[in-house]
Design a protein around this ligand. Structure first.
Ligand code: SAM
Length: 305
């Protein structure tokens, strides 16, 4: 599979400029994917100098490592950022810039056997980390009706989440819902045909977020990323849906996920990080035309105080 098909990086020049790269600096790319952002960062580091630590929890991404002595590729979840970096001798305050381009790569959506897309039949899997214990089919088989309703309501913003959950529970009584096709047969009656693609995408996204515990991983990552940055270091996060964007925006504004401004006794702001612009950076029309899957990308940039 060639580079272009595996993934096309979104907001590439914008992200590089947000990171304010120093040629001899130490950087983290928390979501290596097809290596598009990592490659561009390496090109801007001095030959033989600088360091890049890139992470991915998907072994298929790791197997496509860019051969470069300045790159350390970590097969792991970015929620353990601090531990991994400490293992490689990087201490708190020792990183100049951290990037995360969240979600899944094109490769995930386009590979039927990974079960991420409603377009192809395959096992209902959706694990980004193939070694994780619980697939989407396992979750569908074991979660309570209330848990399922919460997943589709909170992560998929589906108004009829209770009806969907109840239909799943009824159907699974007849046998496991193990494939994308079997899952689609259960949920299709609850999907508005006039916006079928949009609603199916919402349901699949909800399940994917739950299977990979994506929002909790993001919270843990942001907290640790902020500690690892030196003062003045940059945090650049690309999100693809509003749940993630809200967490990132709140965190960069206030240092917590609720967006609660905290001040000390003298009225000084206690946030360890500053959001550089209240408006997110979004792809140009030209980028969306060239790479339609970038259309929902939002880049937020924070600076460690
Ligand atoms: C949108 S892609 C990144 C694409 C990359 N920027 C590029 O240019 O090719 C997101 C990648 O992050 C990985 N990923 C998502 N959540 C992760 C997590 N919690 N820990 C480690 N990797 C994660 C996915 O497996 C996927 O390969």
């Amino acid at each position: 599979m060639n580079e272009e098909v595996y993934h096309i990086p979104a907001l590439l020049p914008e992200t590089l400029s947000a990171l304010d790269l120093r040629p001899e600096g130490t950087y983290v790319d928390a979501t290596y994917g097809g290596g598009g952002h990592s490659r561009a960062i390496l090109e801007r580091l001095k030959p033989g100098e600088g360091a890049l630590f890139s992470f991915d929890q998907d072994i298929e991404a790791i197997e496509r490592a860019i051969p470069d002595e300045r790159l350390t590729l970590v097969h792991g979840n970015f929620r353990f950022l601090t531990n991994f970096l400490r293992f490689y001798g990087v201490e708190q305050g020792g990183v100049d810039g951290i990037l995360a381009d969240l979600g899944v790569s094109f490769h995930h959506f386009d590979d039927a056997k990974r079960g991420f897309s409603f377009r192809w039949d395959g096992p209902l899997d959706m694990r980004m980390n193939q070694r994780a214990r619980r697939t989407a089919a396992d979750l569908i088989a074991s979660a309570s009706e209330q848990e399922l309703a919460d997943i589709f309501y909170l992560y998929g913003e589906m108004k009829n989440s209770r009806k969907i959950a109840s239909a799943i529970v009824r159907k699974r009584g007849e046998g496991q819902i193990a494939t994308v096709e079997a899952f689609l047969a259960v949920i299709k009656p609850f999907i508005n045909p006039r916006q079928e693609k949009k609603e199916l995408a919402q349901v699949f996204q909800a399940l994917r977020i739950a299977v990979n515990d994506e929002l909790e991983a993001l919270r843990q990552f942001l907290t640790q990323a902020c500690r690892m940055l030196r003062p003045g270091g940059r945090l650049a996060i690309i999100t693809y849906h509003s749940l993630e964007d809200r967490l990132v925006k709140n965190f960069m504004r206030t240092g917590n996920f609720e967006g609660r401004a905290e001040q000390d006794f003298f009225g000084r702001n206690l946030s360890p990080i500053k959001l550089l612009s209240s408006k997110p950076i979004v792809p140009s029309d030209e980028e969306v035309e060239r790479n339609p899957r970038s259309r929902s990308a939002k880049l937020r940039v924070g600076e460690k105080l």
